[in-house]
Design a protein around this ligand. Structure first.
Ligand code: HEC
Length: 124
């Protein structure tokens, strides 16, 4: 018997998957990150990465890292490692799997322009 909690998580994942296939269809033509473009894409990340000390509880308890002020290249590389499966966290893998190289560079640029204590929400 599948628990309500699992069902809820699956529904969230299905939603994320369907949203991302609409939002991230751009092809990786060039990979210079744009803060502005990242600002338009970061809504997908704020639900988890904007809450200080937030813990995601699927499939285990994970501490969700705050990304503001992190190096842009580090973020883009981490995302591509999730996409390739070199990093294993299932939700991050599913999210990164829908991102192009351009999306990753934009998100990296966005977070690099933030600070560790900024709320990491879209700028406007
Ligand atoms: C459902 C919650 C959730 C969402 C949504 C989410 N993340 Fe994450 N993210 C996590 C968790 C949990 C981890 C830590 C996983 C691990 O330990 O590998 C993580 C890790 C990361 C890391 C690695 C950080 C480090 O210090 O190594 C990066 C980069 C990242 N996420 C970027 C993003 C971006 C960009 C988005 C939006 C496109 C996003 N995440 C959306 C939960 C989420």
């Amino acid at each position: 018997m599948i628990s309500m909690k699992k069902l809820y998580v699956l529904a969230q994942l299905a939603l994320i998957t369907s949203l991302t296939s609409v939002a991230f269809t751009s092809q990786a033509a060039e990979v210079t990150g744009s803060v502005e473009a990242g600002n338009g894409k970061v809504w997908l990340c704020t639900g988890c990465h904007s809450i200080p000390d937030y813990r995601a509880d699927y499939p285990f308890i994970y501490r969700v890292p705050m990304l503001g002020g992190q190096n842009a290249g580090y973020i883009a590389t981490a995302l591509s490692e999730y996409k390739k499966g070199e990093r294993k966290h299932p939700t991050m893998r599913s999210i990164a799997g829908s991102l192009s190289d351009q999306d990753m560079a934009d998100l990296g640029a966005y977070y690099a322009a933030q600070t560790a204590s900024s709320p990491n929400n879209p700028l406007k």
